[in-house]
Design a protein around this ligand. Structure first.
Ligand SMILES: *Cc1c(COP(=O)(O)O)cnc(C)c1O
Length: 422
């Protein structure tokens, strides 16, 4: 067990697993605020509530001091200088600022941007917007594990390339990209390199110099901090990266991001990242063990289950599985006691299968049959047992009602079946 105040959250009576309780296994979507983080934040709402930009009284100075402490905590986590950290409203804004900021600032150098098909929508949609503004975007494919090939990056580079943006780890399948290799390629060609490291921070070591990253996005609420706070790392030396702002106003954050700073949120973000740094070595091992146990138990008790994502180069808390002949949404509804995501849920309103799974070459059927389990700091062994039991029962029950599953079990090749009624 991890020995902090926070790890005791699940040991108290009130937190014991009751049949009516929904267990949370969707930690890629968001995480609960760690109680130790909340404790740090509270005074900044009511007592030390100053505006960090108020230069002429103690309220302002106290707020500014707290912000600078958080900036240092965040910088230390990624091997950066605090001056290289800009606070934002979250990683969606960080990704927008990084990509649009570079596009506008370096437009005279070129109009080509390289990114990938498995990025978060905050990157993909920003790139698509820039396409309408005359930029050329290359969306690189991925291999069957969802991994970007450095070779593809290399081949896509042209004389007009001003930016490469590749996520460190994917939020659906957890696959970790070869960021250091891509960073080296970008550096060699003098191209600015951005990575969305939201899912990687606090789960694997991330160092901006080792990875040769120039811009890096982080979000607090994915690492047991509050929602609505994020940061963008912006390299100041070799090269000094300059960004056009996307929000104008009082010139906060060295003119790159105007707006009164969310002081309590930033304080919580700093504490969350400090905790993550401290807990990571043990936490990632503990989560991986539970994750592997969940994986093995589901594989042992069910047939036709496949892993989506890289078997090894994958975040320790991620398990994305396809349960053939079972529809993911139906499966989720059959296990309301467990909060997970399905491969169709991301684009929620439409039931389009996940674009990430599709990009990996997983067929529509298996993409529709996928569930993502995301373990977190407060996941317990009992919760994993509960998830195994409920998932196995639900898959078995749904398959009992599936004629396709029965036909497959009888050895009928479903591809050869003529479905049309005459
Ligand atoms: C959650 C997430 C984001 C968006 O972060 P917000 O702070 O919620 O805006 C971006 N990228 C990845 C990979 C994410 O998982």
């Amino acid at each position: 067990m991890i020995n902090t105040k926070s790890s005791n959250l699940n040991s108290g009576k009130a937190q014991e697993l009751k049949p009516s309780k929904t267990i949370y296994l969707d930690n890629h979507a968001t995480t609960p605020v760690d109680p130790a983080v909340l404790d740090e934040m509270i005074p900044y709402f009511t007592q030390t509530f100053g505006n960090a930009a108020s230069r002429n009284h103690r309220f302002g100075w106290t707020a500014e001091e707290a912000v600078e402490k958080a900036r240092l905590q965040i910088a230390q986590m990624i091997g950066a200088n605090p001056k290289e950290i800009i606070f934002t409203s979250g990683a969606t804004e960080s990704n927008n600022l990084a990509i649009r900021g570079v596009a506008e600032m370096y437009r005279s150098k070129g109009n080509h941007i390289i990114t990938t098909v498995i990025e978060h929508k905050a990157v993909i949609d920003t790139a698509k917007y820039l396409e309408t503004q005359g930029f050329e975007i290359t969306f690189l494919p991925v291999d069957k594990f969802g991994m970007v090939r450095p070779e593809d990056v290399k081949n896509a580079i042209t004389d007009k390339t001003i930016l490469i943006s590749v996520m460190t780890a994917n939020n659906e399948i957890g696959t970790i990209n070869p960021i250091a290799e891509i960073g080296a390629l970008a550096k060699e060609r003098g191209i600015i390199f951005h990575t969305d490291a939201v899912q990687a921070i606090g789960r694997i070591p991330v160092n901006v110099d080792d990875l040769k990253v120039d811009l890096l996005s982080i979000s607090a609420h994915k690492i047991y901090g509050p929602k609505g706070v994020g940061a963008l790392y912006i390299r100041r030396k070799n090269p000094r990266v300059r960004l056009s702002p996307i929000i104008f106003g009082g010139g906060h954050e060295r003119g790159m991001r105007s707006g009164t700073l969310n002081v309590p949120g930033i304080v919580g973000f700093g504490k969350a990242i400090e905790l993550a740094a401290k807990l990571m070595p043990e936490e990632s091992k503990r989560l991986q063990k539970m994750r592997d146990r969940l994986h093995e138990a589901l594989m042992a008790q069910l047939d036709e289950v496949t892993l989506n994502g890289h078997p090894e180069k994958r975040l320790s808390n991620n398990l994305n599985l396809s349960f053939a002949y079972v529809e993911g949404e139906a499966l989720m509804m059959a296990i309301p006691e467990i909060a997970v995501s399905s491969g169709s849920a991301c684009t929620s309103a439409s039931l389009e299968p996940s674009y990430v799974l599709k990009a990996m070459g997983i067929g529509e059927d298996l993409a529709h049959s996928s569930l993502r389990f995301g373990l977190g700091r407060f996941t317990t062994e009992e919760e994993i047992n509960f998830a195994i039991e409920k998932t196995v029962a639900a898959v078995k029950k749904l398959r009992e009602m599936s004629p396709l599953y029965e036909m497959a079990k009888e050895g009928i090749d479903l591809k050869s079946v003529q479905w049309t009624a005459h």
